[in-house]
Design a protein around this ligand. Structure first.
Ligand code: GLC
Length: 586
């Protein structure tokens, strides 16, 4: 549908971001939300931006991003309009898992700067209206944490009970799967003749939350940072903290359903209620859990307001979509987001995201990274994200449409997860060529390349040697170029953030899916009080029609990633990856 067909009445509406006041017309049904003011919270309305600190901006030429590098980019952060920053771990650590292995929770790894730098960075963000969310990694510590070193020395050591042990005289421990270690979840320590448990890498021993002293240590760590002024906590791998310490034998193959067997242990809710009383409530902070169990009920039990536990969680259902180069179907995509929205329409709150440091880039997974469609598909995905209910999480670089890098051979990989998965696949006798093809597509290293600031050497990220290879496409995809281009992914992102902040309907409005079975377009409405907006998204690289009676009531356009918008009666003709939000007339 490249040319205009004369018999069609094509209306070309030039995009207008002005939300004009409408006169009331009772013929349009509206959904009235029952949400009271107490339901409204700053962290629900927040637009969160995730910074992977080693990859954001290097101020001292050592090849790693750092706090002063972030301080240099505060104007940029403010220009995005974001209102929250979650920063991945920057604590003292041997960096086996890039900082998710903490050896001192109250100290900064020197490569990021000092505690004074941290304070200055956070204070400056806050003075610009940006709240700060700290990553709390307390399902496990590093094996170089003093607690673990002492625990290894003897069973009599007071830190022995800080971890989970299986005394060797009881024989081999029951099999536990490790997410990163092909050899499994237990490792032997000669000095105390016991096996310790590690859900992740061997260097990440699980802390024993059943021990009240461990919990007090955690609350103490959280209070330490709350006193410095952090506004929220992202609780890493949190669904795994409570365990059945009798370590029963699980059925063969259980690891395929990891969250079900290893998550939501018997005392998790008691611990969360305790944490709420000790930290969340008195310090007036919020906490978001990575993971939400394996049922809707699990998720509700974590985040519903009357539970007094956590305030938000993110689920993993979307992560299982598009894990291989074969991609995903839009029907599955819609189903995931629709069912979660429905479940949380009345009670509870979720985070919503399409990528983060544990995934490859959003454009590669859900859009189209080709030079022709990268821009529009990234804009479309950002429009989707910012028009759904839930606190939106944007991973650094996605506001530019940054893409995967090509890493076809295992030698280039440094990530403990990629290397672990490689070892496991080899052990299972998988086709390693096929494995590498998938890894190249979905490895989280794709999402950790240096931020692309400009077209100078190393994309302006560092004057030294970057810790990770800069994506070759930085000359085309970078902040400086997109800043100047009104049609860029970056400027669209800024508009979309503003639109969300200016329109409560996009935060709190009821969601209704209109085209469940259409595998090309995604259309839904959001309704709040007496207003209703329509979101129209084309997920394909060709024109696609949407025929719905609601099209008759289309009013002002709020945002459009094209200069044109074609409507013919009850049909909208969406251009490739076109994304439009419009008011509906009453
Ligand atoms: C979480 C983090 C991930 C890390 C793992 C172990 O899933 O997001 O990056 O490797 O926990 O801490």
């Amino acid at each position: 549908m490249k040319q205009l067909i004369p018999t069609l009445l094509i209306i070309i509406v030039i995009m207008s971001c002005v939300d004009k006041k409408k006169t009331r017309n009772n013929s349009v049904a509206t959904v009235k939300m029952s949400q009271s003011d107490s339901f409204k919270k700053w962290w629900k309305e927040g637009v969160l931006y995730q910074i992977y600190p080693q990859s954001f901006n290097d101020s001292n030429g050592d090849g790693f991003g750092d706090f002063r590098g972030v301080i240099e980019k505060l104007d940029y952060l403010e220009s995005l309009g974001i209102t929250m920053v979650w920063m991945n771990p920057f604590f003292e650590s041997p960096l086996v898992d890039n900082g998710y292995d903490v050896s001192n929770y109250k100290a900064i790894h020197p490569r990021y700067g000092t505690m004074e730098d941290f304070q200055e960075m956070m204070d400056s963000m806050q003075s610009r209206g940006i709240k700060f969310v700290l990553d709390v990694v307390v399902n496990h510590s590093s094996n170089e944490h003093e607690w673990f070193k002492q625990a290894c020395s003897s069973r009599d050591n007071k830190y022995y009970d800080y971890y989970h042990w299986w005394p060797a005289e009881k024989g081999k421990p029951p099999h536990r799967h490790s997410l990163f270690d092909p050899e499994g979840g237990w490792d032997y320590v000669e000095a105390n003749n016991s096996y310790y448990l590690h859900t992740f890498a061997e260097a990440q021993p699980d802390l024993n939350w059943e021990n009240p002293k461990v919990r007090q240590e955690v609350y103490d760590i959280m209070k330490f940072w709350a006193k410095k002024g952090v506004d929220g906590f992202r609780m890493d791998a949190f669904q795994f903290v409570s365990k059945d310490t009798t370590f029963p034998q699980f059925p063969a193959g259980h690891e395929k359903n990891f969250a079900k067997w290893y998550g939501m242990g018997p005392h998790l809710h008691d611990y969360l209620k305790e944490m709420y009383k000790e930290v969340i409530e008195p310090y007036d902070v919020f906490a978001v859990s990575e993971g939400s169990g394996s049922t809707f009920q699990d998720a509700h039990d974590l985040v519903d307001a009357d539970r007094n536990e956590l305030q938000m969680a993110y689920h993993f259902d979307y992560v299982t979509l598009s894990r291989t180069p074969e991609g995903y179907t839009l029907a599955d995509f819609k189903e995931v987001f629709t069912k979660w929205d429905k479940e949380f329409a009345e009670e509870g709150w979720l985070a919503i995201f399409l990528s983060n440091h544990d995934n490859s880039r959003l454009v590669n997974r859900f859009g189209n990274p080709s030079p022709e469609f990268r821009r529009v598909s990234a804009q479309m995905l950002n429009t989707f994200l910012m028009s759904m209910r839930g606190t939106t999480y944007t991973y650094y670089g996605d506001e530019l449409g940054m893409t995967n890098i090509d890493m076809p051979t295992i030698e280039e990989y440094v990530d403990v997860s990629a290397l672990g998965e490689y070892g496991m696949a080899k052990k299972r006798g998988e086709d390693m060529e096929e494995f590498m093809r998938t890894l190249n597509y979905n490895s989280r290293e794709n999402g950790r390349t240096p931020m692309q600031w400009d077209d100078s050497k190393n994309a302006g990220f560092t004057t030294g040697i970057p810790w990770k290879r800069v994506n070759d496409n930085y000359k085309d995809i970078n902040v400086a170029a997109q800043d100047k281009d009104l049609n860029s992914v970056l400027n669209h992102f800024r508009k979309m953030v503003k639109l969300r902040k200016d329109h409560e309907i996009l935060v709190y409005g009821a969601y209704e899916l209109l085209d469940k079975t259409n595998n090309e377009t995604y259309c839904f409405t959001r309704s709040f009080e007496d207003k209703k907006v329509l979101v129209l998204l084309n997920f394909t690289d060709h024109d696609s029609n949407v025929s719905l009676p609601i099209v008759n009531t289309i009013g002002d356009l709020l945002i459009n990633n094209y200069n044109e918008f074609m409507v013919n009666g009850e049909t909208v003709i969406l251009k490739p990856y076109q994304a439009v939000i419009c008011n509906l007339k009453k």
